[in-house]
Design a protein around this ligand. Sequence first.
Ligand code: ADP
Length: 185
Amino acid sequence: MRLILLGPPGAGKGTQGHRLHEAYGIPEISTGDILRAAVRHETPLGLEAKTYMDRGALVPDEVIIGIARERLAEADTEPGFILDGFPRTVAQAEALDQMLLESQRPLDHVISIEVSEDELLQRLTSRREIEGREDDSDEAIRHRLEVYQRQTAPLIDYYRKTGLLRPVPGVGTVDDIAQRIKTVL
Ligand code: ADP
């Protein structure tokens, strides 16, 4: 099964991605996690990415597309994968289409987790207190939500046109949402 988890920051993509990974035994690929690991290890990629991440901006498409291409070439993605946080722009979605076409691995579902802006602001602000992520400052949170609206929300239409879009309300308990996702797969 090849899935994309689409949704604004704070929608719960990571939490649901983890559940899906456990349920289906396929890798959960989070570009945010890959970037945070690079930042932690102070690799050249990490040093470059950090300047974008800290202010809630997107890392340039060519950098992210390179990361995704490498990760999707690994053997553990053979039975499928769950993408969390990629693609995030139309250019990334087009590059992904191309990669999957080349490897003859069509997508099965694009799960769009829907949460209102007010709820997202609340969640991201309380997550800051728990996790202490540097990009959870008020300023960066606002910027990430703006960037989502401008750059990532257009992917909802992009995937609706392909017939792969599965909208799922992202409110309720983690279990409620996991259950809703299961029913659309
Ligand atoms: P969130 O969904 O809460 O914003 P992520 O962990 O998905 O968190 O991403 C954190 C940051 O990593 C983003 O704000 C961005 O700077 C960078 N990033 C992650 N994925 C991508 C991507 N596909 N394209 C560009 N930047 C990305």
